[in-house]
Design a protein around this ligand. Structure first.
Ligand code: GLU
Length: 411
């Protein structure tokens, strides 16, 4: 089964509960537009390497397409289309005036020099410039991309169009129009979702333990901010391996350790564990913040967490969802749990278009208001329909998408 087929399973379940019109369903089932490009890059040794890149725009019913760009060896058109579909739903759950898009390049960026990475990033923008724009499709960072890459990309786009257009890409460094609070934003959203879920389940966060899979931008910030709430972070991992620390670890120090040693292994007071052990660790809260399809029917039964907050997009397969729902595990779905990033991207875009910049406090306050409201909407809908928070999140998203599609007369 392709990943897009898998992604449509909860969509279908939500549609059945809402009795949605067939036209809306068909529009949801494929992106409006997708593009595949080849990007020639002069490598440092003089060779020319040709990379494949993609951009998918799933929906523009509510507004311009919005979503990140990932650099990863497994990137393919099916994955990018799926991720663009999730962006449509994510933006709709929070009520942002955006549709969904996603892009990517099939590459292992750790094998490129800084110069090669810059030429690849600029080459990608040259190829997709015709279909992105401040009011058309607004990319942002995703797996293995960051502010530095966004700065090269916005610079390349502005050279092509011949004028400033900072709102074409979000997640930029502050000096070229980025927003305060954007770097921490996705992890902050994950933390807020955990905080709200603990309140609903009467769990005292200060007594809770937490494991975080993935220690990139999302995982590391989620770990730090959940730690700041008073929870004990007992396990973390990155691409190279996982560590466990029964007494709890300080994620700020772990991030420094990782920056210095390039691996988490050997962190004082910790022992190495496998990725499988991290996911099934005896914790209150599990935050999968790495890649898709990590929690599957093979390991779902062994999961001990009471709350799973999906920092990554698509970390849980539909089979695993059913197993976890039967066990009573509360999953805060990706399209809600990790929506904090695109929410602050929206604020960045608003600041770019208006040319007026907000304080970090204002960004954080507004983010919290939108995310807490989205959490409440999803939670209430789950109770109302007697369903999981994932299906409820799709119901909340589809209600708004349906209204926009109908208002435009698309079906
Ligand atoms: N890549 C992030 C996501 O999956 C952020 C997207 C954005 O800010 O546009 O939500």
């Amino acid at each position: 089964m392709s990943i897009f087929e898998m992604a449509k399973i909860p969509l279908q379940k939500a549609i059945e509960k809402m009795d949605l019109d067939a036209g809306v369903k068909k529009l949801m089932e494929q992106p409006e537009r997708s593009m595949e490009v080849s990007i020639p890059v002069k490598m440092d040794d003089g060779r020319t390497e040709v990379f494949t890149g993609y951009r998918a725009q799933h929906s523009t019913a509510v507004g311009p397409a919005k979503g990140g760009i990932r650099f990863h060896p497994d990137v393919c058109l099916d994955e990018v289309k799926t991720l663009s579909f999730w962006m449509t739903c994510k933006c709709s759950v929070v009520g942002l005036p955006y549709g969904g898009g996603k892009g990517g390049i099939t590459v292992d960026p750790s094998k490129l020099s800084e110069g090669e990475l810059e030429r690849l990033s600029r080459g990608y923008i040259q190829k997709i410039a015709a279909i992105i724009g401040e009011k058309l499709d607004v990319p942002a960072p995703d797996v293995n991309t960051n502010g530095k890459i966004m700065a090269w990309m916005v610079d390349e786009y502005e050279k092509i169009v011949g004028h400033a257009a900072p709102g074409v890409i979000t997640g930029k460094p502050i000096i070229v129009g980025g927003s305060l609070g954007r770097t921490e934003a996705t992890g902050r959203g994950v933390m807020l979702s955990v905080r709200e879920a603990c309140k609903k389940l009467n769990i005292d966060i200060k007594q809770a333990t937490c494991a975080v899979q993935g220690f990139g931008n999302v995982g590391s910030w989620a770990a730090k901010l959940i730690y700041d709430l008073g929870a004990k972070i007992v396990a973390i991992s990155d691409v190279h391996g996982a560590i466990y620390c029964e007494a709890g670890l300080n994620p700020y120090e772990a991030a420094e350790y990782l920056a210095k040693h390039k691996v988490l292994s050997g962190y004082p007071g910790s022992k190495d564990i496998s990725n499988a052990e991290l996911l099934t660790a005896d914790v209150t809260i599990l935050v999968p913040a790495a890649l898709e399809m990590q929690i599957t029917k093979e390991n779902a039964e062994q999961i001990k967490a009471k709350i799973i907050s999906e920092g990554a997009n698509g970390p849980t397969t539909p089979d695993a969802d059913d197993i976890l729902a039967a066990k009573g595990v509360v999953i805060i779905p990706d399209i809600l749990a990790n929506a904090g990033g695109v929410t602050v991207s929206y604020f960045e875009w608003v600041q770019n278009l208006s040319g007026y910049y907000w304080s970090e406090e204002e960004v954080n306050d507004r983010q919290e208001k939108l995310l807490v409201k989205a959490f409440e909407d999803v939670y209430t809908t789950a109770k109302q329909y007697n369903t999981t928070m994932r299906i409820a999140a799709y119901i909340v998203a589809l209600r708004k998408l349906k209204d926009a599609i109908k208002a435009r007369g698309w079906c």
